[in-house]
Design a protein around this ligand. Structure first.
Ligand code: 5GP
Ligand code: ZN
Length: 114
């Protein structure tokens, strides 16, 4: 899908509404529309990258994780604990093909991850 029609690109451009949590030069974080826990925030690169399989850029992926940590701090779950998740492809149930990191926490999470 071209970035023009991508919903997460539209969110970055402000064409679709979102509740912003964090933004820097390269990343944008906003609340998931269908939260799976009390805290459920998505962190995305501003650049359109379809998923983790599309990039081998260590700086981008490293900074994505650091932005996830920053969001956990901003959401106040860095001490209580949180989960960082990237779904990739069909078996993982990826539904939006713009790379995103889920930051999930704010309650005791299921110890099973699958
Ligand atoms: P995936 O299953 O691809 O890893 O996760 C996609 C996530 O994007 C889901 O948790 C879903 O709730 C969220 N999502 C899908 N469309 C929108 C939207 O338009 N706005 C926001 N804020 N979240 C969305
Ligand atoms: Zn996109």
């Amino acid at each position: 899908m071209a970035s023009a029609e991508c919903i997460f690109c539209k969110i970055v451009r402000g064409e679709l509404e979102s509740t912003k949590v964090y933004e820097d030069e390269d990343f944008f974080a906003f609340e998931d529309i269908n939260p799976q826990a009390r805290v459920h925030t998505l962190v995305i690169p501003k650049a359109h990258i379809t998923g983790i399989e599309e990039t081998d850029d260590p700086a981008l992926l490293g900074k994505l994780l650091l932005a996830g940590k920053k969001v956990a701090q901003l959401k106040g779950v860095d001490r209580s604990g949180y989960r960082l998740v990237i779904n990739s492809g069909k078996d993982a149930g990826q539904t939006v093909f713009h790379l995103h990191l889920h930051v999930i926490g704010g309650e005791l999470l299921n110890p099973r991850m699958a």
